[in-house]
Design a protein around this ligand. Structure first.
Ligand code: FAD
Length: 402
């Protein structure tokens, strides 16, 4: 019977273990993760959990009893340190080794560190794990001043949650707009206004040069006073195990449409991977999202049990800030124009990115029909009339039915 060893018990690792059983895999499954909590969801760490609206039970992917019932050997606090591809074994930090027939690397990503004076201070916070979130939540409260370095999704979500906890917040972004790497200008402008309207100070084109007792030092000499500093400047693939084992890596562990690495006995899934996206012409991307982790978990589980591969999906992502639900589907690279449907000032709108007459990406704010239909049209490749797309008088259902 095939023995499956999964390294990394996060969203992707926890999901693939459950799917293997669901798909009928009867052999041994070992799920080993470095963290001490059973597989949990990270999205609430910057949202509901940080605001105190969710507890640990709400975060868990499945209750602890699930792994016992499903005969999944869950090992927590177990950090893998090396893969021997010839012997088909993995060594752990405590010196033990575990064999495998199929190995799945689900090692996720780690918060990117800044190499600036003071960046190694123990009081600088990041937000990747439950332990990070516990430190952040304990440091926040009414009257505290939080400086967030980096205006990406995690930083902005943490800013919104910190406001809900009564903290003062300043976001420091080096680019000329927040969300510069990951969203359209329309969206950046919208979220900047929303945060400012709720009392968050946003500094753009602001270069941080160091961290001091009293706060954050900027290149123009200013000191931004802060009680708490959160650094949210992106994440890097945790691909060191794979690299050391000689697996092909680029920006992440290189895998194919079935989540297989350059070694046929080893799969990789989730944030750690660099994968082709069939819906976008097979172009390679490293995606950091729960839907991506779930899709690749399905691919790997299907390949291991010999089941037909899942239908390719359009990549998608969401972010919650205040009462705003942002949903994004598709990838905007290669788009030649944008169509805005709805009115950002009204708080309900969508930005469609088109290549010719095809939708390749939709960014929808409090606009579920636009998101749903847009996602469907990205996959189908159905042509769309840009004028009608901008016309709220034409329903998304009617546009998608063309
Ligand atoms: P992870 O969930 O990070 O799990 C990887 C696990 O592998 C970790 O537990 C790690 O400790 C373990 N590991 C690493 N190396 C080893 C090793 N050598 N040995 C053993 N274990 C190891 N996505 C969305 O789609 N929507 C959101 O709103 C959203 N919000 C987010 C908010 C925050 C604060 C964060 C941090 C992420 C958010 N994400 C969101 C991203 C999403 O959580 C990730 O894409 C998802 O968790 C990826 O799953 P994964 O299993 O690949 O990685």
């Amino acid at each position: 019977m095939t023995k499956v060893l999964i390294i990394g018990a996060g969203h992707a690792g926890g999901t693939v273990a459950a799917l293997l059983r669901q798909y009928g895999h009867e052999g041994p499954i070992v799920l080993a993760g470095a963290e001490l909590a059973p597989p949990y969801q990270r999205p609430p760490l910057s949202k509901a959990w940080l605001k105190g609206e969710a507890d640990l039970e709400d975060l868990l992917l499945r209750p602890g009893s699930f792994y016992v019932e499903q005969d999944i050997d869950l090992r927590l606090g177990a950090t893998a340190t090396a893969i021997d591809r010839t012997a088909r074994t993995v060594t752990f930090a405590d010196g033990t080794t575990e064999g495998y027939d199929a190995l799945i690397l689900a090692t996720g990503s780690t918060a990117r560190k800044l190499t600036l004076p003071g960046a190694d201070r123990a009081d600088l916070l990041e937000l990747r794990t439950l332990a990070d979130a516990e430190r952040l939540r304990a440091a926040l409260g009414p009257g505290k001043r939080l400086a967030v370095v980096g205006g990406g999704y995690v930083g902005l979500e943490a800013a919104a949650s910190a406001r809900a906890l009564g903290a003062d917040v300043i976001v420091i972004e080096r680019m000329d707009r927040v969300l510069a790497r990951v969203a359209s200008e329309t969206l950046s402008t919208f979220f900047t206004h929303q945060h400012r309207a709720r009392g968050v100070e946003i500094l753009t084109s602001a270069e941080v040069t160091g961290f001091e007792d009293a706060g954050v030092r900027l290149a123009d000499g200013r000191l931004i006073a802060a009680d708490v500093v959160l650094v949210g400047v992106g994440a890097l693939a945790s691909d060191d195990l794979a690299r050391a084992a000689g697996l092909e890596c680029g920006d992440g562990i290189v895998v194919d449409e079935t989540a297989r690495t350059s070694d046929p006995a080893i799969f990789a899934i989730g944030d750690a991977t660099n994968r082709p996206v069939p819906v976008h012409g097979g172009r390679r991307h490293r995606l950091e999202s729960v839907p991506n982790a779930l899709e690749q978990a399905k691919q790997a589980a299907a390949a291991i049990v010999g089941r037909a591969p899942p239908t390719p999906e359009a990549p998608w992502f969401w972010s919650d800030q205040y009462d705003l639900k942002l949903q994004i589907a598709g990838l905007p690279d290669g788009a030649d124009r944008q169509v805005v449907r709805g009115d950002p000032a009204a708080g309900t709108f969508a930005v469609f990115h088109l290549t010719g007459d095809r939708i390749v990406c939709v960014e929808a704010v409090n606009a579920a029909p636009e998101f749903m239909a847009g996602r469907q049209m990205i996959v189908s490749g159905a042509p769309v009339d840009a004028e009608k797309l901008a016309d709220l008088g034409v329903t998304m259902k009617a546009l998608a039915a063309v």
